[in-house]
Design a protein around this ligand. Sequence first.
Ligand SMILES: Cc1cc2nc3c(=O)[nH]c(=O)nc-3n(C[C@H](O)[C@H](O)[C@H](O)COP(=O)(O)OP(=O)(O)OC[C@H]3O[C@@H](n4cnc5c(N)ncnc54)[C@H](O)[C@@H]3O)c2cc1C
Length: 389
Amino acid sequence: MYFADEPEHVIQLRDTLGRFTENEAPREKRREWQAAQTWPRDVFAKLADLGVCGLTVPEEFGGLGQDWYAATAVIEELCRGGLFLAGPFIQCAFYGGGNISETGSPEQKATLLPKVAAGELLFAYGLSEPDIGGDLASVKTRAHLEDNGDVVVINGVKRWCTGADWADFILCFVNSDPDGERYKNLSMVLVPSHAAGITREVLSHQNLIYSHSFDVYFDDVRVPAENILGGPQAWNDGWRALAGRSLDVEKVEVAAMNFGLAQSAVEEAWEYAQQRHQFGKPISGHQAVRHELVQARTQLEACRHLLYHAAWLIDQGRPASVETSMAKLFIGETGVTIGVACQRILGAYGMSEEFGMAQTMRDLLGMPIVGGSSNMQKNNIANRLGLVQ
Ligand SMILES: Cc1cc2nc3c(=O)[nH]c(=O)nc-3n(C[C@H](O)[C@H](O)[C@H](O)COP(=O)(O)OP(=O)(O)OC[C@H]3O[C@@H](n4cnc5c(N)ncnc54)[C@H](O)[C@@H]3O)c2cc1C
């Protein structure tokens, strides 16, 4: 794999998506979506028609077969149009396709995955809570069984639930046995996001603004036990769903978004530096600016290698926990460095909403926190590599 050309189908996919984002997500549209903190349903439907949501779904369930490398490339390419298409793509193909393919029950796979492949089902993550961030094994949202085990009843609050208003399902991570052993008292439940007993309160934030994020309150929310991810027998087995291969996929997906954002910053600064003239020449002609630009490009290239190597390992079915954490960590931190350098090259315009840079930078600043902070990745890498503590 090292130093090989990308497979022909990925080259073609990039070409198609490059034209798609250029035509369907031009800058003026992106400014509208940004101001409204929303994403375009009609454009997403056209994107889904290209079949890309099937890249995380096995063929037997209507997908193209799981191709994590290609799906990673889709995120990268969509980020050229901001996160307005990459966000919902992830919440369909990765949150849905990834988790249900990996840990769904046979019934969940048969009923939900064909709709995921068609881009017709969207998911939100209900993991974080007001008192719980990185320490997800300590979630307090409580679930218990009623009606002879046929119904799950959920009470509690989830925080930062992105897309809780438009997603079809919230993947809700619950404590299903407060007296149980740590890690063996957790379940993941597919909760229809407009089920009775759910209320929402919108949160204010400056990153990932393709959507609002919410506090979601669960007040005696009742769902069938069939909605436990993996089926009723997966009750109290939710940590496996969260921390297994799905977590590797999740890290790659966040890293891919992060990489796409960093690439956008470099491309915008690269173009701007050749157009902006100061002291009688393009600012790209001043050595300090030249060096900043090539430094950012070089750092970006290092990010690219880590990202696609991690995706490739997942495709090969090889252990990837360390490499996916390294990619998430390195791209998160390097993305901020790249963003700061690129924003500075735009001078005052790096702060103006007339350019993409200001929003790209706000997004880049959040990336080392969301989806498992940099410190969490360092802890994981140290533990996996057996570093004595
Ligand atoms: C815009 C946005 C959208 C989001 N969308 C979602 C979503 O859809 N669903 C969802 O569930 N969550 C979502 N999140 C939440 C996000 O995943 C969390 O912010 C993230 O997991 C970190 O949790 P925290 O912010 O509570 O930080 P904390 O866990 O409280 O950590 C705070 C700081 O302490 C450090 N720290 C904590 N523990 C340790 C340790 N053991 N060792 C070293 N350092 C440590 C962390 O690295 C961090 O720097 C979103 C957040 C934002 C901002």
